[in-house]
Write a protein that binds this ligand. Structure first.
Ligand code: TLP
Length: 340
């Protein structure tokens, strides 16, 4: 199977497996795991934040951020296609107890204006609006990048309105590498950021949250409350430290994604919005094939290609470390045969 369903399917590298076997560990709930402590301070340093926190997943990282920034009943603004609302099982309602209000355009050009127009101010009838969530790269947007200049405008507007900004930066290193910018050019425009070690960076498990020392102190309690206090978890943090060495190679995934997008766009019935292919994600509109995405995904799987339905007529392919250029060329051939 050439598995392009997600970059979450990446296998740990031999270096990760070795580092895991040899990791120095301790009880992290006591703050005594030296490898976790090292990863948390390294993540904070890379992102230019005061402190970091290691969590089992990106979903938990985002939910802990919501719990830390808000009170029950608060309103949180986010794009209608944001991962937090689309794929996190309704957990903002379950745990933080916040009201999510969707703001179309919050992850595109003119996002600061969209935010200003959506903000309702104070009124007896309204919830307290306390947080804006951004996502970079924007998964359902096609892996698109919100440039730092756009983030800065949203951040300034949010602060002017008295709101904090949380960044779901699961793939923030993809954004940084693809745009040739330092990751801090992005992370400086948020109060907290989550990024994933377990996607393109290929760690088996784990995400990081970073922010001010006070934010992380509170977040650590919420992580514990959600059952995310882990013990000798330095074995996993060791893989995370290795994962941070794989940032530069994301460029290869971006080149493979571009090649795939351009090639699929040539096939009958398929169309790809090439301007949106900015990182490792390719979203293909299959309307012209006469199939729906469930049929397409099933047929592709039976021919050895993994992809994911992203809407009735949209299919997502994600390039990652474990698919080579030759694999991608094969995918184009297989999909081409499937449609002929
Ligand atoms: N995304 C997964 C699925 O959940 C859709 C994928 O295959 O892309 N933020 C963003 C932007 C994400 O893309 C994801 C995972 C998460 C958060 C959640 O991370 P995990 O899976 O570690 O909980």
């Amino acid at each position: 199977m050439i598995d392009l369903r997600s970059d979450t399917v990446t296998q740990p590298t031999p270096e990760m497996r070795r580092a895991m076997a040899e990791a120095e560990v301790g009880d992290d709930v006591y703050g005594e795991d030296p490898t976790v402590n090292k990863l948390e301070s390294e993540a904070a340093r890379l992102l230019g934040k005061e402190a970091g926190l290691f969590l089992p997943s990106g979903t938990m990282g985002n939910q802990v951020a919501l719990l830390t920034h808000t009170n029950r009943g608060d309103e949180v603004l986010l794009d209608p296609e944001a991962h937090i609302i689309y794929y996190e099982v309704g957990s903002p309602a379950m745990f933080a107890g916040v009201q999510l209000r969707t703001v179309p355009g919050l992850l595109g050009e003119g996002a600061a204006d969209a935010l200003r127009n959506a903000f309702r101010g104070k009124d007896l009838h309204y919830p307290e609006c306390t947080l804006v969530c951004l996502e970079n790269t924007f998964n359902r947007g096609g892996g698109t990048i919100m440039v730092p200049e756009e983030m800065e405008k949203v951040y300034d507007t949010a602060h002017e309105l008295g709101l904090k900004v949380h960044l779901d930066g699961a793939r923030i290193f993809n954004a940084a590498v693809a745009s040739g910018r330092d990751v801090r050019d992005f992370s400086r425009y948020c109060d907290s950021i989550m990024f994933s070690l377990s996607k393109g960076l290929s760690a088996p498990v784990g995400s990081m949250l970073a922010g001010s020392s006070e934010f992380i102190r509170k977040a650590r309690k919420y992580r514990k409350a959600l059952g995310g206090g882990m013990r000798q978890v330095g074995f996993l943090a060791a893989a995370g430290l290795e994962a941070l060495k794989l940032v530069d190679r994301l460029e290869e995934d971006h080149k493979n994604a571009r090649y795939l997008a351009e090639s699929l766009n040539e096939l009958p019935g398929l169309s790809v919005d090439l301007k949106k292919v900015q990182t490792n994600i390719v979203i293909v509109d299959i309307t012209g094939t006469g199939k729906n995405s469930a049929e397409f995904v099933r047929e592709a799987a039976s021919r050895g290609v993994g992809c994911t339905g992203f809407g009735p007529h949209l299919v997502r392919f994600v390039a990652h470390k474990d698919v080579s250029r030759a694999d991608i060329e094969n995918v184009v051939k297989i999909v081409g045969n499937m449609l002929s």
